[in-house]
Design a protein around this ligand. Structure first.
Ligand SMILES: Nc1nc2c(ncn2[C@@H]2O[C@H](COP(=O)(O)OP(=O)(O)OP(=O)(O)O)[C@@H](O)[C@H]2O)c(=O)[nH]1
Length: 381
């Protein structure tokens, strides 16, 4: 890396109160106490309209670890010391990220037919149910529990998306991973077929907290819950094709989940590179940023960073709003026209703001804004 062009200008609502300088990423990195006031997050979106996700699975399958690694920036090794939970534990991860997230940690012995188990309340307002299966363990009991859970949830709320994380695959060889996925997929779908519930559709992901697969899987889960996704992708396509950019991700900064990308295929390495860039920018901002009075960090929605790699690639990061950052990968020669990229980014940012304004105006009724920003300047190279 040859240069870092850091954060600037006014501080408009920093990133929360507690962070560890010098760590790989500030722990408990939040957006500040004002978020969530009056049930509304600071992007103006009422919190009840944010995607809500339940995380379920047998004991020790890795639910708490996933939540801690993705949303609290815990290092994977530290999860070894997490204590098991003996009762249903509900945790909100709602005020620190674009993603409204609830974890229901269900011990194996919970009885769905217990009258005190309020499935209407639990499954009613839920967008996605992530079921975690420990791939390093015997998964027959987990498959039974998966079947019970999805059939019960589907009866209450047929619009829930069911996502199955075949987790802890870091311990498996590549062949074993594929075979495990095939076997779980087959058995779970056969069980649904036998029960006459073939209308339930399950999606499967191979995940581990020891690499980026858990972030990638969560990105896919969250993207399915964002009604504006086609618009965001469309805007990203217009932006990159007019700016000579190869790949662009729109990131939720706190969780490093990408909520949208352009329509070219995602390769894991590019995604990891962009995640690492976010870490670097946050760390440098926390260490060297000058916070204004009352603010704990100088990293804000005016921040930007450009990193030149020694293989002729440039990484370009700009804050879109307090939740979202755009991270792009481009070739060094395309970066000769930086003015054009900067200008096009401003048009892109305005368009994104309009998309979310429309969302706020039409609470509960997702409308899609398809107008491309007419003022984008075309790149000739
Ligand atoms: N190898 C490996 N171990 C993992 C992974 N994710 C979690 N673990 C380990 O699995 C163990 C159980 O993780 P927890 O997060 O406590 O599991 P849980 O599902 O929340 O468990 P309960 O609280 O009992 O419901 C911990 O020792 C974690 O370190 C993973 O991706 N790979």
């Amino acid at each position: 890396m040859a240069s870092f062009e850091g954060e600037e200008e006014e501080v408009e609502g920093g990133y929360g109160s507690s962070y560890v300088v010098g760590g790989s990423f500030p722990k408990d990195f939040g957006y500040g106490p004002e978020d969530g006031l009056d049930g509304e997050l600071s992007d103006g979106v009422p919190s009840q309209n944010k995607p809500r996700i339940l995380l379920m699975g047998l004991r020790r399958s890795g639910k708490s670890s996933i939540q801690k690694v993705v949303f609290h920036k815990m290092s994977p090794n530290e999860t070894l010391f997490l204590e098991s939970t003996n009762k249903i534990v509900k945790e909100d991860v709602s005020n620190s990220s674009f993603v409204q997230f609830q974890i229901w940690d269900f011990p194996g012995q919970i009885d769905f037919f217990d009258p005190t188990f309020d499935s209407d309340m639990i499954f009613g307002g839920c967008g996605a149910l992530v079921f975690v299966i420990d791939a390093q363990d015997d998964y027959m009991e987990a498959l039974n529990r998966l079947h019970q859970t999805v059939t019960r949830a589907y009866k209450v709320n047929p619009s829930i998306r069911f996502e199955v994380f075949i987790h802890k695959v870091d311990g498996l060889s590549d062949d074993h991973k594929i075979e495990t996925q095939r076997d779980i997929h087959q058995r779970a779908n056969d069980d649904l077929l036998d029960a006459g519930m073939e209308s339930i559709s399950l999606s499967f992901y191979l995940t581990s907290i020891y690499d980026h697969s858990i972030f990638e899987a969560f990105s896919k889960v969250v993207q399915k819950l964002i009604p504006q996704l086609p618009t965001l992708e469309h805007l990203l396509n217009i932006f990159i094709s007019n700016s000579g950019i190869e790949k662009a991700f729109l990131f939720d900064v706190v969780s490093k989940i990408y909520i949208a990308t352009d329509s070219s295929p995602v390769d894991m390495q590019s995604y990891e590179l962009c995640c690492d860039m976010i870490d670097v920018v946050i760390d440098v901002s926390c260490i060297y940023g000058i916070a204004e009075e009352g603010e704990s960090s100088a990293f804000d929605n005016q921040s930007s960073s450009i990193i030149h790699l020694n293989n002729g690639t440039v990484l370009y990061l700009r804050e879109v709003n307090r939740f979202l950052a755009l991270v792009c990968i481009l070739r060094e020669d395309s970066f000769d026209r930086q003015g054009l990229i900067d200008y096009n980014f401003l048009c892109f940012r305005n368009a994104i703001q309009k998309v979310f304004e429309v969302k706020c105006q039409s609470v509960g009724i997702p409308r899609i804004l398809m107008d491309p920003p007419s003022s984008l300047i075309q790149s000739n190279g």
